[in-house]
Write a protein that binds this ligand. Structure first.
Ligand code: PLP
Length: 380
């Protein structure tokens, strides 16, 4: 198998796998228990919290919160629910037109319940239209949620600028970012970004599935979403997924170390090699968001009048895994909302997304290029 779908999910780091198994098997105590088997796993969770804080430069000692959740979807839902509730000062949410459904569908539900939702558009390169954001803000606005990196195109949004812009207009608006696709690809520094809340998902950076993070800046009010227990300092009920939380902390520490030793540059070179070859072999193709700042690993490419999901299945027959659209709707033949928002011409709108990681090699890319040529040129 040649796995080139790392925005959908990633394989576990070997040591993360061992850690995960060890906790499941040996350290199975309930972290709420008062005896040593509980106390020791509680301490492991707190260690993981410190590792995650270090990964995103949060300051636990100053009162920043790292909240462990069941996934990024829950973190995103929680962020929205916390900002807009019966006692919030207004009922207006601003999101972008290219958010993951865990934001956009939740926002639509608030809209059905009477809230106002504004979606900020993007230009044809996928860049956020900041001027639309400025004019959308009203006295009623309680939350702005803009993703850091787009999952389909890899386009990076200038979140620090979004925060500055919003706070200059109204200091009390909560700014949240879904940074799921940023982890391991660009540094995440919550102090530099200035965000109030930020979401991560373990399985996008070599930790297990089913564990996420919501960062909450010190002083930012948080209304719990999952109720019925005192876990996570009473901010999220439910017995902690100890093994996955510890594994996530480990993966955050390894990812941070890998980034410091050049993983981003290595992946970038591989992507550059791939894109240069793709453009030569398929001159009619379009790489979406090519002119925008993009992360090191993501290439979303449209081949004229070729259906992305069919191409995904043809490549899969050759043992090469890529996706069309996001992981969650990649089986759908519907046009991607992201590419639609970017005004991509109809004959290109069905694309494939190739997303690399540090396990990939130049040979993987050569094999992909050969397979694409065989399929698209009918050379079997
Ligand atoms: N946000 C983004 C940008 C994503 O790409 C994804 C998953 O594809 C999610 C949120 C949801 O993550 P999870 O699977 O942890 O719920």
């Amino acid at each position: 198998m040649i796995y080139l779908d790392n925005n959908a999910t990633t394989r576990l780091y070997q040591s993360v796998y061992h850690k995960h198994c060890e906790i499941l098997h040996r350290f199975f105590g309930n972290p709420s228990s008062l005896y040593p088997a509980g106390v020791e796993v509680k301490a492991m969770i707190e260690r993981s919290r410190v590792q995650v804080a270090s990964f995103i430069n949060a300051d636990l000692s100053a009162g920043d919160t790292i909240l462990f959740t069941s996934c990024a979807t829950e973190s995103n839902n929680s962020a929205l629910h916390s900002a807009i509730h019966p006692n919030s000062h207004g009922k207006h949410i601003i999101i972008s037109a290219v958010e993951h459904p865990s934001i956009s569908v939740t926002a639509s539900n608030f809209e059905k319940a009477g809230a106002k939702v504004t979606k900020i558009g993007v230009d044809s390169d996928g860049n956020l239209r900041l001027e639309e954001l400025c004019s959308a803000i009203t006295d009623e606005t309680v939350l702005v949620s803009i993703m850091y990196v787009n999952s389909e195109t890899g386009v990076i949004h200038d979140i620090a600028n979004v925060v500055r812009t919003v706070k200059n207009i109204r200091e009390n608006i909560i700014v949240h970012t879904d940074a799921v696709q940023a982890a391991g690809k660009i540094p995440i520094d919550v102090q530099a970004l200035g965000v109030d809340m930020l979401t991560l998902s373990g399985h996008k950076f070599h930790a297990p599935k089913g564990v996420g993070v919501l960062y909450i800046r010190r002083g930012v009010p948080f209304v719990p979403f999952v109720l019925g227990g005192h876990q996570e300092h009473s901010l999220r009920a439910g017995t902690e997924n100890t093994a996955s939380i510890v594994a996530l902390g480990e993966a955050a520490a390894i990812t941070k170390a890998e980034m410091a030793s050049g993983s981003v540059e290595t992946i970038s070179k591989l992507k550059e090699f791939m894109e240069n070859k793709l453009k030569i072999i398929f001159p009619e193709s379009i790489i979406f968001g090519e002119k925008a700042p993009r992360v090191c690993n993501t290439t979303n490419i449209g081949f004229r009048n070729i259906l992305g999901h069919k191409l995904v299945l043809q490549l899969a027959k050759k043992g090469i895994y890529v996706s069309s659209g996001t992981a969650c709707n990649s089986s759908s033949a519907k046009p991607s909302t992201v590419l639609t928002a970017m005004n991509v011409p109809n004959e290109y709108i069905s694309s494939i997304r190739i997303s690399l990681d540090s396990f990939n090699t130049e040979q993987n890319i050569i094999d992909l290029l050969i397979a694409l040529e065989e399929i698209l040129r009918g050379k079997k």
